[in-house]
Design a protein around this ligand. Structure first.
Ligand code: PLP
Length: 414
């Protein structure tokens, strides 16, 4: 366990007051900004006088004061020097990879990542930029080492892989990346507060703010956290991926997300506590459950060592019902007959969200790629919410298991 406390770090940040002394920050609605003297402008345009350097604002696609404040809050949460926000998790991932790697460079990625990230790395970027990508089981450190080349610019992992929930050995992966002068990029979408990757040696952390951090499934947004130099490079007027591709966050969105950060810690604790209780009970019934909070999970000790114990083991677990048909029937029944959550992609919502990744969030992968990534056709991914009481929700889940006869599968696998 490391000494960094993300909650204290966020609380140590100077509270941002509104323009008229309001207790909440103001929304800066301007897309463009004035200066008093024309002679100020060249330094701003040449990047010598940006807000990061105590300078002025220029234009909303460059920096916006409200988005900038949210960036500072996320930097504090991850213990980064800087952070900036953008329109989606995917734009954060794409901008980061494009910033670090040029045409013909090489990237290593875990073979189980969110389907959109997989398609970006497997299909889109190689076609558009000539990027070479090796998908590796990154829990096999020898395989990662063997895949590294002089052209490798980054290793990309998710703290907890989507949807197989294997935990990245961030300290060891950072060591390998750094020995080749490459960067370790970690998508921490599943684990805000649970793990602080930058404190473990990662260079850049990405979030889909759409998930736990925003927490209400009403906004699509993303963030990139890293060194001040890296974040500034994303805004470079000639070569900055955020500045030039333009996936800009709306300042109204930034303000809304900022107002939800103060209760992120309470929410994460409840997501984790409920996921652990349900996973333990389902395991006891004999189900094939994947949850890093269970002592039987191969990465349980790793997560205990690298995680922030206060926040548990995360709000998601997966259970294997062998076929997609059975998985979807179970999810439908839970939603339509039991009022237990929603059959919907995404995660980190206050209600439980359930999906069968092989037919949804990982459907970009071929059946061979799914097999390599150990994503079984009948895997059900559950992002556990916190509405209602824990026992009420358990009763809904348990009764569906008996009524649908899913319990027979449990006895088969035990
Ligand atoms: N990273 C992970 C782990 C995800 O699960 C997702 C979306 O499901 C993304 C990134 C993409 O985020 P967004 O939908 O905000 O673009």
């Amino acid at each position: 366990m490391y000494p960094f406390d993300p909650i204290e770090s966020l609380a140590n940040l100077r509270h941002e007051f509104g323009e008229h002394g309001g207790v909440n920050l103001s929304i800066e609605a301007s897309s463009t900004f004035t200066v008093m003297q024309a002679t100020t402008l060249p330094a701003i345009f040449q990047g010598q006088s940006s807000p990061e350097k105590g300078g002025c604002y220029l234009y909303g696609r460059h920096y916006n004061p409200t988005v900038y404040v949210l960036g500072k809050q996320l930097a504090a949460l991850e213990g980064a020097q800087s952070a900036y926000c953008c329109a989606s998790g995917m734009s954060a991932i794409a901008a980061t990879i494009l910033q670090l790697a040029n045409a013909g460079d090489h990237v290593i990625a875990n073979n189980a990542v969110y389907g959109g990230t997989f398609a970006l790395l497997k299909d889109y970027l190689p076609l558009k930029t000539g990027l070479k990508v090796s998908f590796v089981d990154t829990s096999d450190l020898t395989a990662v080492q063997a895949a590294m080349t002089k052209q490798t610019k980054l290793i990309f992992v998710e703290t907890m892989s989507n949807p197989t929930l294997s935990v990245a050995n961030i300290p060891k992966l950072a060591e390998i990346a750094h020995s080749y002068d490459a960067k370790l990029v970690v998508d921490n979408t599943f684990c805000p507060l649970v793990v602080s990757p930058l404190q473990l040696g990662a260079d850049i952390v990405i979030h889909s703010l759409t998930k736990f951090i925003n927490g209400t499934s009403d906004i699509i947004a993303g963030a990139i956290c890293g060194s001040t130099e890296f974040i500034a490079s994303l805004m470079d007027l000639h070569l900055g991926s955020l500045m030039l591709l333009g996936p800009t966050m709306d300042p109204k969105v930034a303000c809304e997300i900022s107002l939800r950060l103060p209760h992120l810690a309470l929410r994460m604790k409840e997501h984790s506590q409920r996921a652990l209780t349900f996973a333990q009970r389902l395991k006891q019934m004999g189900f094939d459950i994947i949850y890093p909070g269970l002592v039987e999970h191969p990465d349980h000790n790793l997560l205990k060592n690298i995680g922030n114990p206060e926040f548990g083991f995360g709000g998601l677990f997966s259970l294997d019902l062998e076929t997609a048909q059975r998985a979807n029937q179970f999810i439908e029944y839970l939603q339509n007959q039991k009022m237990f959550g929603f059959m919907a992609v995404s995660l980190g919502y206050f209600e439980t969200l359930m999906t069968c990744p092989s037919t949804t969030t990982s459907s970009e992968m071929s059946s061979e790629d799914l097999k390599k990534a150990a994503i079984s056709p009948g895997l059900v991914r559950m992002s556990i919410g916190y509405t209602g009481s824990l026992e009420q929700r358990w009763q809904q889940l348990e009764s569906a298991i008996y009524e649908l006869g899913v319990i027979n599968l449990a006895s088969k696998s035990s």
